[in-house]
Design a protein around this ligand. Structure first.
Ligand code: CMP
Length: 229
């Protein structure tokens, strides 16, 4: 089989989307694949790090913790997404911890190899900037919500963030299969667990969402967004 016909898992990684297949296979050989179990810590906040990770399968959460061990989830990433680029690019400590949410397989590439790749393939650098811009837009949305919105708006924003991160979109509806614990959502929304519970029940009464066990469905994503953001 020629190199170009081989399959590379990097084909499914958006920042590498523009590269030829044989190029992807070369990149694959620069890094290593690593497996993690649910709950394993991949990256620890404040440690020095010099590698970038790409998710092959599974899901991770990006979290920051305080002195009391309380944590806030900043984002959840799934297959094809990357993390660890911040300390790689600015040389500072890891900005957050990264924890596996399920059985997860990652591709790890060292700083030197990744920087070389950016030099050789400027289109990867441009895609990377595009993704970082998107993350900044989300963080801006988060700041706006936390500073200016009431509890309903903040909880709605958390639900919409989760929809963007892990939701399955179909015909205007979004299904979030495993809603995080209400305490986790409370930390993300800067409110109490009781308020999250109260707001979810308000959204159910208003017909915006449906809750079946751990699965939350947003009935009309655009309508919900318009009403609360
Ligand atoms: P790094 O600082 O090397 O390690 C932690 C990683 O978490 C970081 O790189 C980013 O990849 C990711 N990260 C940190 N903050 C955010 C955020 N607000 N949104 C999404 N990802 C983040």
């Amino acid at each position: 089989m020629s190199m170009a016909e081989e399959y590379s898992f990097l084909q499914n990684v958006p920042i590498f989307a523009d590269l030829e297949k044989d190029e992807l296979i070369k990149i694959e050989k620069l890094g290593v694949r690593k497996k993690y179990k649910r709950g394993n810590i991949v990256v620890l906040e404040q440690e020095m790090g010099a590698a970038l990770f790409v998710i092959i399968t599974g899901k991770v959460k990006i979290v920051r913790t305080d002195e009391d061990g309380r944590e806030v989830i900043l984002s959840i990433f799934g297959p094809g997404e990357f993390f660890g680029e911040m300390s790689l690019l600015d040389g500072l400590a890891r900005s957050a911890s990264v924890v596996a949410l399920s059985k997860t397989e990652l591709f790890m590439i060292h700083r030197r190899d990744f920087l070389k790749l950016l030099h050789e393939h400027p289109q990867v650098a441009i895609s990377l900037l595009g993704e970082l811009t998107l993350r900044l837009r989300k963080a801006d949305g988060q700041i706006k919500s936390l500073s200016l919105k009431d509890a309903a708006g903040r909880v709605a924003n958390v639900i919409l963030m989760l929809a963007d991160d892990v939701g399955v979109f179909r015909k205007g509806k979004v299904e979030i299969d495993e809603l995080p614990l209400q305490q986790d959502m409370a930390n993300m929304a800067g409110t109490s667990r009781e308020t999250v519970s109260r707001m979810i029940h308000q959204f159910i009464r208003e017909g915006h969402v449906l809750l079946e066990g751990n699965k939350l469905t947003i009935n009309d994503y655009e309508g919900f967004r318009k009403q609360y953001l």
